[in-house]
Ligand binder design. Sequence first.
Ligand SMILES: Nc1ncnc2c1ncn2[C@@H]1O[C@H](COP(=O)(O)OP(=O)(O)OP(=O)(O)O)[C@@H](O)[C@H]1O
Length: 372
Amino acid sequence: MKLEELKLQHFRNYQDLDVTFGSGVNVLLGENAQGKTNLLEAIYFLALARSHRTSNDRELISWEADTAQVYGRVLKHSGNTPLELTLSKHGKKAKVNHLEQAKLSDYVGQLNVILFAPEDLSLVKGSPQGRRRFMDMEFGQMSHKYLYDIAQYRTILKQRNRYLKELGNKQQSDMVLLDVLSDQLANYGASIINARLNLLKRLEVWAAQVHNEISQEKETLVFRYETAVKAADLSDTQHIYEALKQGYQDRREKELFQRTTLIGPHRDDLKFIVNGKDVASFGSQGQQRTTALSVKLAEINLMYEQTGEYPVLLLDDVLSELDDSRQTHLLTAIQDKVQTFLTTPSLSGVAQKLIHQPTVFNISNGQIQTDA
Ligand SMILES: Nc1ncnc2c1ncn2[C@@H]1O[C@H](COP(=O)(O)OP(=O)(O)OP(=O)(O)O)[C@@H](O)[C@H]1O
Protein backbone atom coordinates (compact mmCIF):
# COMPACT_ATOMS: atom_id res chain seq x y z
CA MET A 1 0.00 0.00 0.00
CA LYS A 2 1.05 3.58 -0.58
CA LEU A 3 0.17 6.88 1.00
CA GLU A 4 -0.32 9.03 -2.08
CA GLU A 5 -1.45 12.28 -0.53
CA LEU A 6 -1.43 13.84 2.92
CA LYS A 7 -3.25 16.97 4.03
CA LEU A 8 -2.70 18.50 7.44
CA GLN A 9 -4.49 21.32 9.15
CA HIS A 10 -3.24 22.68 12.43
CA PHE A 11 -1.29 19.53 13.16
CA ARG A 12 1.77 20.40 15.31
CA ASN A 13 3.71 23.06 13.35
CA TYR A 14 1.86 22.37 10.05
CA GLN A 15 -0.94 24.88 9.60
CA ASP A 16 -2.03 24.01 6.11
CA LEU A 17 -0.23 21.34 4.14
CA ASP A 18 -1.15 19.37 1.05
CA VAL A 19 1.55 17.09 -0.27
CA THR A 20 1.77 14.15 -2.68
CA PHE A 21 4.40 11.51 -2.14
CA GLY A 22 6.53 9.23 -4.30
CA SER A 23 5.84 5.52 -4.28
CA GLY A 24 9.44 4.61 -3.36
CA VAL A 25 11.72 6.29 -0.84
CA ASN A 26 10.63 9.75 0.34
CA VAL A 27 13.37 11.64 2.12
CA LEU A 28 12.27 14.29 4.61
CA LEU A 29 15.27 16.54 4.78
CA GLY A 30 15.74 19.39 7.19
CA GLU A 31 17.54 20.87 10.14
CA ASN A 32 16.56 20.28 13.73
CA ALA A 33 13.07 21.19 14.96
CA GLN A 34 11.68 22.01 11.51
CA GLY A 35 8.90 19.38 11.48
CA LYS A 36 10.41 16.18 10.04
CA THR A 37 9.29 13.96 12.92
CA ASN A 38 5.98 15.82 13.11
CA LEU A 39 5.28 14.70 9.55
CA LEU A 40 6.10 11.05 10.34
CA GLU A 41 3.97 11.37 13.43
CA ALA A 42 1.06 12.59 11.28
CA ILE A 43 1.38 9.51 9.05
CA TYR A 44 1.60 7.25 12.10
CA PHE A 45 -1.43 9.01 13.56
CA LEU A 46 -3.36 8.57 10.32
CA ALA A 47 -2.65 4.83 10.52
CA LEU A 48 -3.22 4.13 14.20
CA ALA A 49 -5.30 7.08 15.42
CA ARG A 50 -2.67 7.68 18.09
CA SER A 51 0.76 9.22 18.27
CA HIS A 52 3.94 7.25 18.85
CA ARG A 53 5.34 10.14 20.91
CA THR A 54 2.57 11.19 23.23
CA SER A 55 -0.54 9.74 24.78
CA ASN A 56 -1.97 13.25 25.07
CA ASP A 57 -3.68 13.97 21.72
CA ARG A 58 -4.05 17.64 22.66
CA GLU A 59 -0.31 18.07 22.04
CA LEU A 60 -0.87 17.26 18.37
CA ILE A 61 -3.09 20.28 17.79
CA SER A 62 -1.21 23.45 16.83
CA TRP A 63 -0.83 25.74 19.80
CA GLU A 64 -2.92 28.49 18.27
CA ALA A 65 -5.79 26.21 17.12
CA ASP A 66 -8.63 24.16 18.66
CA THR A 67 -8.98 21.49 16.02
CA ALA A 68 -6.50 19.50 13.96
CA GLN A 69 -7.24 17.54 10.85
CA VAL A 70 -5.26 14.80 9.13
CA TYR A 71 -6.41 13.55 5.76
CA GLY A 72 -4.72 10.87 3.69
CA ARG A 73 -5.36 9.08 0.42
CA VAL A 74 -4.17 5.51 0.56
CA LEU A 75 -3.72 3.35 -2.52
CA LYS A 76 -4.26 -0.37 -2.03
CA HIS A 77 -4.94 -3.31 -4.36
CA SER A 78 -8.62 -2.71 -3.69
CA GLY A 79 -8.38 0.94 -4.87
CA ASN A 80 -8.18 4.34 -3.26
CA THR A 81 -9.21 4.79 0.36
CA PRO A 82 -9.57 8.28 1.80
CA LEU A 83 -8.92 8.41 5.55
CA GLU A 84 -9.66 11.33 7.81
CA LEU A 85 -9.07 12.05 11.47
CA THR A 86 -10.28 15.12 13.27
CA LEU A 87 -9.00 16.02 16.71
CA SER A 88 -10.59 18.49 19.06
CA LYS A 89 -11.07 18.89 22.77
CA HIS A 90 -14.18 16.72 22.39
CA GLY A 91 -12.08 13.79 21.19
CA LYS A 92 -11.33 12.08 17.88
CA LYS A 93 -13.49 11.46 14.85
CA ALA A 94 -12.37 8.93 12.28
CA LYS A 95 -13.67 8.51 8.75
CA VAL A 96 -12.99 5.85 6.15
CA ASN A 97 -14.28 6.57 2.66
CA HIS A 98 -15.93 9.69 4.14
CA LEU A 99 -18.00 7.53 6.52
CA GLU A 100 -17.60 8.12 10.23
CA GLN A 101 -16.53 5.01 12.14
CA ALA A 102 -18.31 4.27 15.40
CA LYS A 103 -15.23 2.66 16.94
CA LEU A 104 -11.57 3.50 16.44
CA SER A 105 -10.85 -0.23 16.28
CA ASP A 106 -12.91 -0.28 13.05
CA TYR A 107 -10.73 2.49 11.66
CA VAL A 108 -7.29 1.07 12.46
CA GLY A 109 -5.88 -1.30 9.85
CA GLN A 110 -6.74 0.77 6.76
CA LEU A 111 -3.21 2.13 6.54
CA ASN A 112 -0.51 -0.11 7.93
CA VAL A 113 2.75 1.44 9.04
CA ILE A 114 5.94 0.22 10.61
CA LEU A 115 7.87 2.85 12.48
CA PHE A 116 11.54 2.46 13.17
CA ALA A 117 13.01 5.10 15.47
CA PRO A 118 16.26 5.16 17.48
CA GLU A 119 14.27 4.06 20.56
CA ASP A 120 13.43 0.83 18.72
CA LEU A 121 17.04 -0.17 18.85
CA SER A 122 16.38 -0.66 22.54
CA LEU A 123 13.49 -3.05 21.82
CA VAL A 124 15.79 -5.87 22.81
CA LYS A 125 17.37 -4.36 25.89
CA GLY A 126 14.54 -2.13 27.01
CA SER A 127 11.65 -2.87 29.35
CA PRO A 128 9.22 -5.81 28.95
CA GLN A 129 6.52 -3.15 28.71
CA GLY A 130 8.15 -1.85 25.51
CA ARG A 131 8.14 -5.33 24.00
CA ARG A 132 4.49 -5.91 24.95
CA ARG A 133 3.62 -2.56 23.40
CA PHE A 134 5.53 -3.55 20.29
CA MET A 135 3.53 -6.80 19.97
CA ASP A 136 0.22 -5.04 20.60
CA MET A 137 0.82 -2.21 18.13
CA GLU A 138 2.06 -4.45 15.35
CA PHE A 139 -0.34 -7.34 15.77
CA GLY A 140 -3.25 -4.95 16.32
CA GLN A 141 -2.71 -3.55 12.83
CA MET A 142 -2.85 -7.04 11.35
CA SER A 143 -5.87 -8.35 13.21
CA HIS A 144 -9.06 -6.57 14.22
CA LYS A 145 -9.79 -9.35 16.66
CA TYR A 146 -6.44 -8.83 18.39
CA LEU A 147 -7.11 -5.11 18.70
CA TYR A 148 -10.58 -5.74 20.10
CA ASP A 149 -9.33 -8.37 22.57
CA ILE A 150 -6.60 -6.01 23.81
CA ALA A 151 -9.12 -3.19 24.36
CA GLN A 152 -11.49 -5.50 26.25
CA TYR A 153 -8.64 -7.00 28.26
CA ARG A 154 -7.42 -3.56 29.36
CA THR A 155 -10.89 -2.47 30.45
CA ILE A 156 -11.55 -5.62 32.47
CA LEU A 157 -8.03 -5.61 33.92
CA LYS A 158 -8.65 -2.09 35.23
CA GLN A 159 -11.98 -3.17 36.77
CA ARG A 160 -10.44 -6.26 38.31
CA ASN A 161 -7.52 -4.31 39.80
CA ARG A 162 -9.91 -1.70 41.17
CA TYR A 163 -11.99 -4.46 42.73
CA LEU A 164 -8.92 -6.15 44.21
CA LYS A 165 -8.10 -2.82 45.88
CA GLU A 166 -11.63 -2.56 47.28
CA LEU A 167 -11.55 -6.14 48.54
CA GLY A 168 -8.22 -5.55 50.21
CA ASN A 169 -9.86 -2.84 52.33
CA LYS A 170 -12.69 -5.08 53.55
CA GLN A 171 -12.67 -7.58 56.37
CA GLN A 172 -15.30 -9.81 54.78
CA SER A 173 -14.57 -10.42 51.14
CA ASP A 174 -17.15 -11.10 48.47
CA MET A 175 -15.49 -13.20 45.82
CA VAL A 176 -18.42 -13.56 43.43
CA LEU A 177 -17.70 -10.45 41.39
CA LEU A 178 -13.98 -11.21 41.45
CA ASP A 179 -14.71 -14.64 39.95
CA VAL A 180 -16.83 -13.09 37.21
CA LEU A 181 -14.10 -10.60 36.34
CA SER A 182 -11.46 -13.35 36.47
CA ASP A 183 -13.46 -15.43 34.04
CA GLN A 184 -13.85 -12.54 31.57
CA LEU A 185 -10.20 -11.59 31.88
CA ALA A 186 -9.06 -15.18 31.33
CA ASN A 187 -11.20 -15.35 28.22
CA TYR A 188 -9.60 -12.33 26.52
CA GLY A 189 -6.18 -13.08 28.00
CA ALA A 190 -6.18 -16.56 26.46
CA SER A 191 -7.06 -15.19 23.01
CA ILE A 192 -4.27 -12.61 23.25
CA ILE A 193 -1.61 -15.10 24.30
CA ASN A 194 -2.70 -17.53 21.61
CA ALA A 195 -2.62 -14.84 18.90
CA ARG A 196 0.76 -13.55 20.06
CA LEU A 197 2.25 -17.03 19.91
CA ASN A 198 0.89 -17.68 16.43
CA LEU A 199 2.08 -14.35 15.02
CA LEU A 200 5.43 -14.56 16.79
CA LYS A 201 6.02 -17.96 15.23
CA ARG A 202 5.66 -16.41 11.77
CA LEU A 203 7.64 -13.29 12.68
CA GLU A 204 10.43 -15.47 14.03
CA VAL A 205 10.84 -17.25 10.70
CA TRP A 206 11.40 -13.97 8.86
CA ALA A 207 13.53 -12.40 11.61
CA ALA A 208 15.80 -15.44 11.80
CA GLN A 209 16.35 -15.26 8.06
CA VAL A 210 17.27 -11.56 8.10
CA HIS A 211 19.47 -11.93 11.17
CA ASN A 212 21.30 -14.79 9.54
CA GLU A 213 21.94 -12.68 6.45
CA ILE A 214 23.10 -9.56 8.32
CA SER A 215 25.43 -11.58 10.54
CA GLN A 216 26.78 -13.36 7.46
CA GLU A 217 25.47 -16.66 8.69
CA LYS A 218 27.40 -16.46 11.94
CA GLU A 219 24.37 -16.07 14.20
CA THR A 220 21.01 -17.70 14.72
CA LEU A 221 18.05 -15.85 16.21
CA VAL A 222 15.09 -17.46 17.96
CA PHE A 223 12.25 -15.96 20.00
CA ARG A 224 11.10 -17.07 23.42
CA TYR A 225 7.71 -15.94 24.70
CA GLU A 226 7.81 -15.89 28.48
CA THR A 227 4.65 -16.33 30.46
CA ALA A 228 3.79 -17.50 33.96
CA VAL A 229 0.70 -19.21 32.53
CA LYS A 230 1.22 -22.93 32.94
CA ALA A 231 -0.92 -24.32 30.14
CA ALA A 232 -0.43 -27.94 29.09
CA ASP A 233 -0.72 -26.80 25.49
CA LEU A 234 -0.02 -23.14 24.75
CA SER A 235 -1.33 -23.52 21.20
CA ASP A 236 -4.83 -24.22 22.52
CA THR A 237 -6.88 -21.21 23.67
CA GLN A 238 -9.04 -23.35 25.96
CA HIS A 239 -5.96 -24.72 27.74
CA ILE A 240 -4.58 -21.19 28.21
CA TYR A 241 -7.97 -20.01 29.51
CA GLU A 242 -8.09 -22.80 32.11
CA ALA A 243 -4.47 -22.25 33.10
CA LEU A 244 -5.12 -18.52 33.56
CA LYS A 245 -8.10 -19.24 35.83
CA GLN A 246 -5.97 -21.68 37.80
CA GLY A 247 -3.25 -19.02 37.95
CA TYR A 248 -5.63 -16.49 39.56
CA GLN A 249 -6.80 -19.18 41.97
CA ASP A 250 -3.26 -20.06 43.02
CA ARG A 251 -2.39 -16.40 43.53
CA ARG A 252 -5.60 -15.30 45.24
CA GLU A 253 -4.07 -14.41 48.57
CA LYS A 254 -1.10 -12.72 46.95
CA GLU A 255 -3.34 -10.73 44.60
CA LEU A 256 -5.54 -9.60 47.48
CA PHE A 257 -2.44 -8.58 49.40
CA GLN A 258 -0.76 -6.81 46.48
CA ARG A 259 -4.14 -5.57 45.16
CA THR A 260 -3.33 -6.20 41.55
CA THR A 261 -3.58 -8.91 38.87
CA LEU A 262 -0.36 -10.86 38.86
CA ILE A 263 -0.67 -13.13 35.84
CA GLY A 264 -1.68 -12.72 32.20
CA PRO A 265 -0.51 -11.19 28.92
CA HIS A 266 0.07 -7.81 30.62
CA ARG A 267 2.92 -9.49 32.53
CA ASP A 268 4.41 -11.57 29.72
CA ASP A 269 7.64 -10.87 27.89
CA LEU A 270 9.43 -11.71 24.69
CA LYS A 271 13.08 -12.75 24.74
CA PHE A 272 15.44 -12.82 21.79
CA ILE A 273 17.95 -15.64 21.84
CA VAL A 274 21.07 -15.33 19.70
CA ASN A 275 23.32 -18.35 19.40
CA GLY A 276 21.54 -19.90 22.38
CA LYS A 277 21.91 -16.90 24.73
CA ASP A 278 19.53 -14.12 25.72
CA VAL A 279 20.87 -11.24 23.62
CA ALA A 280 19.58 -8.62 26.10
CA SER A 281 21.90 -9.94 28.82
CA PHE A 282 24.76 -11.50 26.90
CA GLY A 283 24.75 -9.89 23.45
CA SER A 284 27.03 -7.13 22.27
CA GLN A 285 25.49 -3.79 21.34
CA GLY A 286 26.00 -4.74 17.68
CA GLN A 287 24.12 -8.03 18.13
CA GLN A 288 21.30 -6.22 19.91
CA ARG A 289 21.04 -3.74 17.04
CA THR A 290 21.10 -6.50 14.45
CA THR A 291 18.30 -8.25 16.36
CA ALA A 292 16.16 -5.09 16.53
CA LEU A 293 16.71 -4.42 12.84
CA SER A 294 15.92 -8.03 11.92
CA VAL A 295 12.68 -7.92 13.88
CA LYS A 296 11.66 -4.64 12.22
CA LEU A 297 12.44 -5.93 8.74
CA ALA A 298 10.65 -9.18 9.53
CA GLU A 299 7.52 -7.20 10.36
CA ILE A 300 7.36 -5.94 6.78
CA ASN A 301 7.14 -9.50 5.52
CA LEU A 302 4.74 -10.59 8.24
CA MET A 303 2.40 -7.74 7.46
CA TYR A 304 2.51 -8.63 3.79
CA GLU A 305 1.79 -12.25 4.63
CA GLN A 306 -1.12 -11.36 6.92
CA THR A 307 -2.75 -8.58 4.91
CA GLY A 308 -1.62 -9.08 1.30
CA GLU A 309 -0.16 -5.55 1.24
CA TYR A 310 3.24 -4.19 2.14
CA PRO A 311 3.05 -1.62 4.95
CA VAL A 312 4.42 1.90 4.73
CA LEU A 313 7.77 2.21 6.49
CA LEU A 314 8.61 5.22 8.64
CA LEU A 315 12.28 5.65 9.51
CA ASP A 316 12.84 8.41 12.03
CA ASP A 317 16.49 9.43 11.99
CA VAL A 318 17.45 5.83 12.31
CA LEU A 319 20.17 5.65 9.65
CA SER A 320 22.60 7.68 11.73
CA GLU A 321 22.27 5.04 14.44
CA LEU A 322 23.24 2.16 12.18
CA ASP A 323 26.67 1.31 10.83
CA ASP A 324 27.31 1.22 7.11
CA SER A 325 26.58 -2.46 6.51
CA ARG A 326 23.33 -2.40 8.51
CA GLN A 327 22.28 0.77 6.65
CA THR A 328 22.93 -0.97 3.34
CA HIS A 329 20.97 -4.00 4.48
CA LEU A 330 18.02 -1.91 5.52
CA LEU A 331 17.94 0.18 2.35
CA THR A 332 18.37 -2.86 0.10
CA ALA A 333 15.55 -4.70 1.85
CA ILE A 334 13.02 -1.93 1.31
CA GLN A 335 13.78 -0.83 -2.24
CA ASP A 336 11.14 -1.23 -4.87
CA LYS A 337 8.50 -2.83 -2.70
CA VAL A 338 7.97 -0.67 0.37
CA GLN A 339 7.01 2.98 0.30
CA THR A 340 9.35 4.58 2.81
CA PHE A 341 9.51 7.91 4.63
CA LEU A 342 12.91 8.68 6.01
CA THR A 343 13.92 11.70 8.06
CA THR A 344 17.49 12.86 7.94
CA PRO A 345 19.44 16.08 8.43
CA SER A 346 21.68 15.22 5.46
CA LEU A 347 21.35 13.30 2.20
CA SER A 348 24.95 12.15 2.13
CA GLY A 349 25.29 8.40 2.45
CA VAL A 350 21.63 7.76 1.65
CA ALA A 351 21.26 8.40 -2.07
CA GLN A 352 24.16 6.20 -3.18
CA LYS A 353 22.73 3.19 -1.31
CA LEU A 354 19.48 3.40 -3.27
CA ILE A 355 19.00 2.01 -6.77
CA HIS A 356 16.25 4.51 -7.60
CA GLN A 357 16.49 8.18 -6.84
CA PRO A 358 14.45 9.11 -3.77
CA THR A 359 11.87 11.89 -3.77
CA VAL A 360 13.32 14.61 -1.57
CA PHE A 361 11.24 17.04 0.49
CA ASN A 362 12.94 20.00 2.11
CA ILE A 363 11.28 20.79 5.40
CA SER A 364 11.62 24.15 7.01
CA ASN A 365 9.45 25.59 9.74
CA GLY A 366 6.36 23.54 8.95
CA GLN A 367 6.62 24.14 5.18
CA ILE A 368 7.62 21.62 2.53
CA GLN A 369 9.35 22.06 -0.78
CA THR A 370 9.92 19.28 -3.26
CA ASP A 371 13.24 19.08 -5.07
CA ALA A 372 12.69 19.53 -8.77
N1 LIG B 1 1.42 21.51 19.01
C1 LIG B 1 2.36 22.19 18.36
N2 LIG B 1 2.04 23.36 17.72
C2 LIG B 1 2.97 24.06 17.04
N3 LIG B 1 4.27 23.68 16.95
C3 LIG B 1 4.65 22.56 17.56
C4 LIG B 1 3.72 21.76 18.29
N4 LIG B 1 4.39 20.69 18.79
C5 LIG B 1 5.67 20.83 18.40
N5 LIG B 1 5.84 21.94 17.66
C6 LIG B 1 7.09 22.44 17.04
O1 LIG B 1 7.56 21.45 16.12
C7 LIG B 1 8.98 21.54 16.05
C8 LIG B 1 9.59 20.18 16.23
O2 LIG B 1 9.41 19.45 15.06
P1 LIG B 1 9.95 17.96 14.93
O3 LIG B 1 9.85 17.24 16.22
O4 LIG B 1 9.26 17.40 13.76
O5 LIG B 1 11.49 18.22 14.65
P2 LIG B 1 12.46 17.55 13.59
O6 LIG B 1 12.42 18.32 12.34
O7 LIG B 1 12.15 16.10 13.50
O8 LIG B 1 13.84 17.80 14.29
P3 LIG B 1 14.91 16.81 14.95
O9 LIG B 1 15.79 16.42 13.82
O10 LIG B 1 15.57 17.68 15.95
O11 LIG B 1 14.15 15.67 15.57
C9 LIG B 1 9.46 22.45 17.15
O12 LIG B 1 9.81 23.67 16.57
C10 LIG B 1 8.23 22.59 18.04
O13 LIG B 1 8.21 23.83 18.66
